[in-house]
Design a protein around this ligand. Sequence first.
Ligand code: ADQ
Length: 466
Amino acid sequence: MRRLVVVSNRVGPLHDGGKAGGLAVGLGDALRTRGGIWFGWSGEKSDEGTFGPLKIEDHDKVRLATIDLTPEDAEEFYGGYANQTLWPLLHYRLDLANFDQRYENAYRRVNERMAARLTPQLQPGDMVWVHDYHYIVLGERLRESGFTGPLAYFLHVPFPSPEIMTALPNSQSIVRSLTAYDVIGFQTDSDRRNFARYVVEELGGRELPNDELEAYGRTFRASTFPIGIDTQSFAEFAVSDEAQEHEAQLKVLLRDRHQIIGVDRLDYSKGIPERFRGFERLLEDYPENRGRVSLMQVAPLSRSDLEAYSDLRSELEELAGHINGAFSALDWVPIRIMTRGFTRRALAGIYRASRVGLVTPLRDGMNLVAKEYVAAQNPDDPGVLVLSRFAGAVKEMPEALIVNPYDTASLARALQQALNMSREERKERWQAMFDRISKGTAQAWCDAILKALEERADKKVQVRSA
Ligand code: ADQ
């Protein structure tokens, strides 16, 4: 079995102390089984940055290796190109994208340095798996420094249509660098299709059978691998003591009222203002819900030093203030916003206490919250998932009430339908989704990508020896 080397922006946690999300669980399992390295940014800044020492933590067969960034690299690569150029672009928000050339330079510089620091750590026979938009061009740099082993890439966020992608200065060179990978994974078929279109229309490549593409004389596989969660563990978290304490506390507060829950990093891609407006419309159009239904929004602050994010925070606080001012009663507040983090178990209890899970991104690679909400429900009395058509998760969860978050009135109608749905119908819809996410877990996702990568590696060896 080949050793696995993972590269992602942040590293770990490897051991699930109840904190690890789906990605860490899936990768942690694969790394523990195969042995290997997980390499990325330490999250710290220092003057030496990527020229400084590697920070090593060894856990049996798995090494966590991180490195600092200089303050300048953190600002221009992470805060700049990753979060102000690529993140908005990949979420179809050209209006928010900043195409500062300094940011692109920093991106190329950091990708190159990270590849240079990783190369001496690699052993013959290793397979390397690079994650997400922070490290698109890293694979090409690894190839240039002589790495010929199996190389995979997974994009956690959407790949937009070429009409959007081509707005990125030098988009051809950035996307071209993906052709250095053997396997490229996307969350949905539409992301995969957009990428294939880009390869054909902008890079002059062509589509081959079996998900393969060819460009610049290289053949590579581009496939859809929707990410999952550790469904079984999450369902168990939901009945843990900690979850039950949270559920009980909420039940006391709610009495016989219903709660709608939203959980998202505070990010403009998540459609939180649209959600608040939909809830407001519910109170306006269906007044029987006043005093009877509340919305709890858990929104940990994210990238809060960027203007788009602090603007969003102000917008949400204003919107919630406005709705609360208009509708509050002596014993009921319509919207609560909490920016604190919760443990996985506490979060599972909160989901389980909520009659409706409201997930309304304007664009989202997958959205794991939708899956977590379903995993946490009580099978005898499950809640209803209301899900945006723009979340990747919608493909695997058609039994949710599917909404267009821009259409406020229809959002309100879906909420009203969810709040009044019979237990029988709730159970039917829930069961179908639960069964599907029980198969498509984080572990299954990880295994599928690594299997695809090994198959291609074997094929390459056969071609070479033929
Ligand atoms: P994110 O944009 O971060 O991920 P999402 O998939 O919803 O979006 O994952 C968020 C995670 O953070 C969930 O596991 C959630 O439970 C957790 N979380 C949120 N608020 C929390 C809080 N207050 N306390 C504790 N945990 C909290 C990116 C892409 C997604 C893609 C994932 C995985 O943007 O589209 O689904 O990667 O590929």
